[in-house]
Design a protein around this ligand. Structure first.
Ligand code: NAD
Length: 257
């Protein structure tokens, strides 16, 4: 079984890891549904480019992953949903005693609760199709913590826990559920932080990356969105049929420390 002809829904996929994963799935022959809350012309253009480049069907569906009904509507509107990649995520960094309640609520909603709704809506479709793969993009912060990231760490640990439960509920079916745990990945979001940090610490780009950003990543290299897409493709392959309810770290050794 390959992903060719399967339909993959990737939440939060107009940039970064989500887009990289969608592109790798499309490269392997999957039809893809892209998503974000933005609904700009360029979001639809990204889908059109993927369709043209890889000769697959690619669509963009706007849905706000902080809203329960929109999470479920995304899956309904996607039609087929053989592969579900829960990737949408946001971050806020602040000590817990001043951490804004609205930021906590938004992070838990987008990074954790959205996956509850999409999985609940997608499993009946996977069961009807007789095959399914659920991939939750967690984080090294799903397995370990950092200060000032209480909501993010709670949400990512939560999604690792939910991954195990979904795997047990589907264990006797041709459906698997796993979490991918990236370390630092050079997404546009991370790239945008480099110039400011260079200025703040009067450091070269190389020093900012190695001494500030990758301080906890023993490889001292970013993981790439293509590597994450490759990991997702592997978890969709027959070789991964008995891999369920677990985490795969793509973190240059971060969680081995
Ligand atoms: P990114 O900002 O490039 O992508 C986030 C995506 O989520 C975007 O497509 C954005 O449109 C979407 N999104 C945000 N809020 C949304 C909402 N309310 N509804 C729908 N979509 C929404 O960031 P990224 O680095 O690619 O992160 C993607 C995922 O990977 C996140 O879950 C993040 O926690 C995780 N992750 C990233 C890193 C990293 O170093 N970049 C490391 C570990 C885990």
């Amino acid at each position: 079984m390959s992903v060719k002809g399967k339909t993959a829904v990737v939440t939060g996929s107009n940039s970064g890891i989500g887009l990289g994963v969608a592109r790798e799935l499309a490269k392997a022959g999957a039809n893809v549904v892209l998503n974000s809350f933005t609904d700009r012309d360029e979001d639809h253009a990204i889908a059109a480019e993927i369709a043209k480049e890889f000769g697959v069907e690619a669509r963009y569906i706007q849905a706000d992953m902080s809203k329960a009904d929109q999470c479920r509507a995304l899956i309904e509107n996607a039609g087929q949903c053989d592969i579900l990649v829960n990737n949408a995520g946001i971050q806020h960094v602040e000590p817990i005693d001043t951490f804004p309640t609205e930021k906590w609520d938004a992070i838990i909603a987008i990074n954790l609760t959205s996956a509850f709704h999409t999985i609940a809506a997608a499993l009946p479709k996977m069961r009807a199709a007789g095959w399914g793969r659920v991939l939750n993009i967690a984080s090294a912060h799903g397995l370990t913590a950092s200060p000032y990231k209480s909501a993010y760490v709670a949400a990512k640990h939560g999604i690792v826990g939910m991954t195990k439960t979904v795997a047990l509920e589907t264990a006797e079916e041709p459906i698997t559920c796993n979490a991918v745990c990236p370390g630092y990945v050079l997404t546009p979001l991370v790239e945008a932080q480099i110039p400011d940090t260079m200025e703040k610490y009067n450091m070269s780009r190389e020093d900012v990356i190695k001494k500030v950003m990758l301080e906890r990543q023993p490889s001292r290299e970013f993981a790439t969105v293509e590597q994450l897409g490759g990991t997702v493709n592997f978890l969709c392959s027959d070789a991964a049929k008995q891999i369920t309810g677990t985490t795969i770290s793509v973190d240059g050794g971060w969680t081995a420390l």
